[in-house]
Ligand binder design. Sequence first.
Ligand SMILES: *Cc1c(COP(=O)(O)O)cnc(C)c1O
Length: 208
Amino acid sequence: MNLEQILEKTKNIHLVAASKYTDFNTIKKFFDLGITDFGENQVQALSRKKQELDKENLNIKWHFIGNLQSNKINLLIKQKPILWQSCNGLKIAQAVNQRLDYKLDTLLEINSAKEKSKSGIDLNKAIEEYIQIQEECPKLNLCGVMSIGANEEDRNQIIKSFETTFKIYEKLQKYGAKICSMGMSNDFELAIKCGSNMVRLGSILFKN
Ligand SMILES: *Cc1c(COP(=O)(O)O)cnc(C)c1O
């Protein structure tokens, strides 16, 4: 799939380029092609790339999509990301909330495939915890959910994990959820069919 086809398939939703595989020169190139949102899964890499690209005065919107260690919270907050997609529970939410001096748009990451290797909150706790974070963390603006699809060859399992996330998202709409971030290079078309309105694409963009 070339870039034009990817942009066509994602034209009605948000596209976030997961730029962990690439350096700031390539990010700049993609920015010039019209991609404005980039996601990093390590705080230090985000900080480094942002610093370089700020020199060029590019108005890049940075997303944080990785597991957040508590000793990296301050550095993340300093980056002022447009969206923290990977809040995976009340504890880290409270820790970030405590140190924020601005309001941070945030997604609750859900482990919808119930995979032990994956970060993200347990399915059955997602709604309860979402509401609790909203109540207890006023500096976080929870605006939806994020999930990584099942790590499976079996298409039906992947679809099932997306459907599960979407159902939770639907229930959370009355609590203000607007973003359902699911779909990566291998499964974003399925994710969009299941209701995703934000995809995070890495290898399909940067490894061609
Ligand atoms: C790397 C990454 C992606 C993109 O993965 P690809 O399969 O390369 O598209 C999406 N989401 C998260 C959380 C990631 O870490």
